[in-house]
Ligand binder design. Structure first.
Ligand code: NDP
Ligand code: MG
Length: 392
């Protein structure tokens, strides 16, 4: 029996993870499930999968969750600290699928127990790559990438020597607005940005796909995780989302990972690693697909990609500032306070200000400095947004 915990169990990745676990209930012992506001889902899954502990990140939701689980014997807890504590419960495999920088501390706590961490939360590597990888090394933990592109690269690298890797290419669907005329982007609405052409995902990552902030996070994530120089990592638009990533070797070979756009593949690969097991994902019929197309991303349409280069080159705490500002800009777009194109303007302004004033490259990375930078970036983003709204 494999002891598993799922952090962010009520989300899109969390639910896909539970789908795989529920198909082989005798193989798994569910230690802890964590969620947020979706208490009905959390409680139902905790009962169904006989979890030992269910945790919501919201303090004020404790009684409501407790009520739902009364008489089940399942331990209940609430609050951010309780989520981090759930990650310390002994387990063989922990899924990190909380959205945003909130996933960093629980992921680090899981790594400290020397377990296998399936990492969907890309913000962990973006905000604190060196710290996360260092913690894994220090505690003998294994990080298994779950972002589909990074799982694809990871798989293409099996048995290969990193010294022979020339480049990593991750693909991007191009998101909801890939075919929109540039002038129309400024008026894109929340509903329009929340529709993904190929993947069913949480709302935040779906909007980040439309702006390509998601791809920006992924370029940084690849740079951190695989230790490949920024100029050897590229993104290419591939509207069909069938090739997830390619690795280019020094003999000119490109190893591509091809599969249907279904996150259960990457999740299942991480769940069964180092083995491969049968997974309930569609099998591709290449003759029926007929063709796959590619094009270079337009940097005017997707300024986030240029920002990703800057983050990779500056290094240090730049990723934490970038992500914090991006999360606030996204909050403001969702709340209707700024337009779609304003998100990258906010992030640019925050990075400009913090790079010159707050020494993002000169301060040593620790959990404290990362969290401080994250908070400061959010404050700076709010300031930038307030200033514009005043002058508008
Ligand atoms: P969702 O928004 O669908 O789910 C997020 C999960 O985190 C939910 O369980 C939510 O609880 C919980 N949560 C939200 N805020 C907090 C918080 N402050 N503290 C603790 N838990 C919280 O996200 P996704 O599943 O789409 O994405 C999860 C992560 O995986 C992200 O980092 C994303 O970038 C990454 N990822 C996602 C992919 C996808 O296909 N969805 C693909 C590749 C990477 P509740 O909903 O109950 O409030
Ligand atoms: Mg991805």
């Amino acid at each position: 029996m494999k002891r598993v915990s799922v952090l962010g169990a009520t989300g899109s990745i969390g639910q896909n993870t539970l789908d795989l676990i529920a198909r082989a209930p005798d193989d798994y012992e569910v230690v802890a499930l964590t969620g947020g506001r979706n208490l009905d889902q959390l409680a139902a899954d905790a009962v169904r999968l006989r979890a030992r502990r269910a945790v919501t990140c919201h303090d004020d939701a404790y009684s409501a969750l407790k009520e739902r689980l009364a008489g089940t014997g399942i331990a209940v807890a609430a609050g951010a600290a309780a989520v981090a504590e759930a990650a310390t419960e002994p387990a063989d495999w922990v899924m990190s699928a909380i959205v945003g920088a909130a996933g960093l501390v629980p992921g680090i706590e899981a790594l400290k127990q020397g377990t296998s961490l399936a990492l969907a939360n890309k913000e962990s590597l973006v905000t604190a790559g060196a710290l996360v990888l260092g913690t894994a090394r220090a505690h003998g933990a294994t990080i298994l990438p779950v972002d589909s592109e990074h799982s694809a690269v990871f798989q293409a690298l099996v048995g290969e020597d990193m010294a022979a890797v020339e480049r990593i290419i991750i693909t991007a669907s191009g998101g909801a607005f890939r075919d929109w005329p540039l002038e129309r982007l400024a008026t894109a609405t929340l509903a329009e940005a929340s529709q993904h052409p190929n993947w069913a995902m949480g709302q935040r990552i779906t909007i980040d796909s439309a702006s390509m902030f998601n791809k920006a996070l992924e370029l940084i994530e690849a740079h951190e995780f695989f230790g490949v120089a920024p100029d050897r990592i590229e993104a290419v638009i591939h509207p069909e989302s069938l090739i997830h990533a390619l690795v280019g070797f020094n003999d000119g070979a490109l190893m591509a990972h091809v599969g249907p756009p279904d996150m259960r593949h990457a999740i299942g690969y991480a769940l069964h690693w180092p083995e491969r097991r049968h997974l309930p994902v569609a099998r591709l019929d290449l003759a029926q697909i007929g063709q796959m197309t590619f094009r270079a991303p337009d940097l005017d349409r997707y300024p986030a990609l240029g920002l990703a280069r800057r983050v990779m080159e500056q290094g240090g705490l730049t990723g934490a500032a970038f992500n914090g500002a991006k999360e606030r800009a996204l909050d403001a777009f969702i709340a209707g306070h700024i337009g779609f194109l304003d998100m990258s303007r906010v992030v640019t302004e925050v990075l400009d200000k913090m790079s010159s004033q707050d020494g993002l490259q000169n301060v040593a990375m620790s959990l404290d400095t990362v969290l401080h930078t994250d908070r400061l970036a959010r404050v700076r983003a709010d300031e930038a947004i307030a200033q514009w709204n005043e002058s508008a």
